[in-house]
Design a protein around this ligand. Structure first.
Ligand code: ATP
Length: 153
């Protein structure tokens, strides 16, 4: 399906802002990029990353939609505890959690990111993660191809 990215991200963010009682700013540079993806899959992906951004940070969350070297990207950025760089690959493994003793607002199973990885693979989306301890984490969804103008309607 052709999905208007900004619109979908904004509606998911608006819903979660109420639940989290925290600001989620959605910033986009391109006018109105469209991608091919199942809307439910993209929505679930966003929820997983936003949920983690909420759990592992106390601050507001930034979502940035861009066209980066021809590809549409959605970056979910938090300003929280961060993830040790040598564990960045492991966090996508089922049941893996960085530190079971970490203070958290709600319990987790360690399944969220493994589901995200599967969903992304099924929908031809790459996931990139960058993190700095005590500064925060950014997960970026990278879509293989944008729907070209004219195809979008
Ligand atoms: P749930 O399945 O409920 O989401 P979870 O958060 O433990 O539980 P994942 O979403 O799979 O599981 O994340 C795996 C681990 O990666 C987490 O336990 C946490 O240690 C780390 N992690 C994920 N996202 C972040 C983030 N934004 N900031 C810091 N650590 C994170």
């Amino acid at each position: 399906e052709h999905i208007p990215v900004v619109q979908l991200v904004k509606s998911v963010a608006a819903r979660l802002e109420k639940v989290f009682k925290r600001n989620i700013s959605v910033i986009s540079d391109d006018t109105n990029p469209h991608v091919y993806v199942y809307p439910d899959a993209l929505e679930q992906l966003l929820r997983i990353f936003l949920d983690n951004a909420y759990k592992y940070s106390e601050k507001d969350i930034d979502v940035t939609i861009k066209k980066d070297t021809g590809k549409i990207t959605i970056a979910i950025q938090d300003y929280g505890i961060g993830i040790p760089n040598d564990e960045l690959d492991d966090i996508f493994t089922r049941f893996y959690r960085v530190d079971k003793a970490r203070t958290r607002k709600s319990g987790g199973s360690g399944l969220g990111l493994s589901i995200a990885k599967q969903l992304a693979e099924n929908n031809d989306i790459d996931i990139e993660v960058k993190s700095v301890i005590k500064e925060g984490t950014t997960f970026t969804l990278i879509f293989k191809e944008e729907v070209r103008d004219g195809e979008a309607e």
